[in-house]
Design a protein around this ligand. Structure first.
Ligand code: BJW
Ligand code: ZN
Length: 240
């Protein structure tokens, strides 16, 4: 078997339309915990108590305190070499877009321009009563925050279990996946749907799938090249 890194680099260089698909693992080296696996958020917290509409209806303050903590982690975090390498690949014209499941905003902070956020953002809140959307510059102060217009409850503008993905983001991601000839999958367990279908859609349309992860994922089965390693080490090496 060929060494995976040069094989991946060659695929990237030959690509006409490369799209990057990322998950929590790309931000792990920025100190942001992943969801699954050792040290993951779901080891310490129950998803159904925090990341569902039912949980928010039951205890909005508790849910917001958890999100405020995660906002604080993201606020104090810096993009890592993986985020920067991806932004550099876009700058060089090799990557057309980043489709991310992450809500931390680190791709944008690293300079990526076309970022499709499938699961929303920690940096927006939405009124459950009037639907107004607010940009947040920093972690919320009071929990739960209220709508300046109608005093309704604000919620984090993220996608919880059982909720549909934002339509525009989903359609853009499907479009990108359908146009891609190479998909670079970085740091995702591939366990959450429909997001995990994105690399599969690309694969079905004939794209090559290159995966970077510290361990095998649910998407490794469709990977043409699998590079085992940390995103923050592998991605910069790929750029060279
Ligand atoms: C490294 C690394 C390093 C570490 N370098 N790598 C089909 C089958 C079964 C179930 C379903 C299905 N379709 C839908 C469902 C239900 C559900 C679902 O998928 N459940 C599964 C878990 C079984 N899906 C939903 O509910 C979705 N909605 C939906 O289906 O709606 C239907 C509907 C339609 C119409 C009307 C109404 C409803 C929504 C899913 C939303 C997920 N939300 C979350 C929270 C977002 C907000 C927040 O952040 O708080 O999104 S859950 C969480 O998982 C978060 C992530 O984006 C998502 C994916 O996780 P990710 O990014 O892959 O992280 P990890 O932790 O899983 O993996 C990290 C990886 O990195 C690992 O592989 C490590 O090895 C690796 N790694 N360090 C490289 N340094
Ligand atoms: Zn409102």
């Amino acid at each position: 078997m060929d060494a995976p890194l040069p094989k991946a680099a060659e695929a990237l260089l030959r690509a006409r339309f490369c799209v990057v698909f990322t998950g929590a693992g790309v931000s792990a080296e920025s100190g942001i915990p992943t969801f699954r696996g050792a040290g993951g958020l779901w080891e310490r917290y129950r998803a159904e108590d925090l990341a569902t509409p039912e949980a928010f209806a039951r205890d909005p303050k508790l849910v917001w305190e958890w999100y405020r903590w995660r906002q604080t982690l993201a606020y104090n975090a810096r993009p890592n070499p993986a985020h920067y390498a991806i932004a550099q690949l876009e700058e060089a014209g090799l990557v057309k877009a980043v489709i991310t499941q992450n809500v931390d905003g680190l791709h944008q902070r690293a300079g990526s321009r076309r970022v499709v956020e499938l699961h929303g953002s920690l940096w927006r809140a939405r009124c459950v009563q009037c639907g107004a959307v607010y940009k947040l510059e920093k972690p919320v102060e009071e929990t739960p925050p209220r709508c300046p217009r109608c005093r309704g409850l604000l919620r984090p503008d993220v996608v919880w279990f059982g909720e549909p993905l934002p339509r525009e983001a989903w359609e853009e991601a499907v479009q990108l996946a359908s146009s891609a000839d190479v998909v670079l999958v970085v740091g995702t367990s591939g366990a959450v749907y429909p997001a995990a279908a994105i690399p599969q859609i690309a694969k079905r349309r004939g794209a090559a799938v290159v995966e970077v992860n510290v361990e095998k994922s649910a998407l490794t089965a469709i990977a043409d090249v699998f590079i085992r390693g940390k995103a923050g080490e592998v991605l910069p090496a790929l750029v060279e």
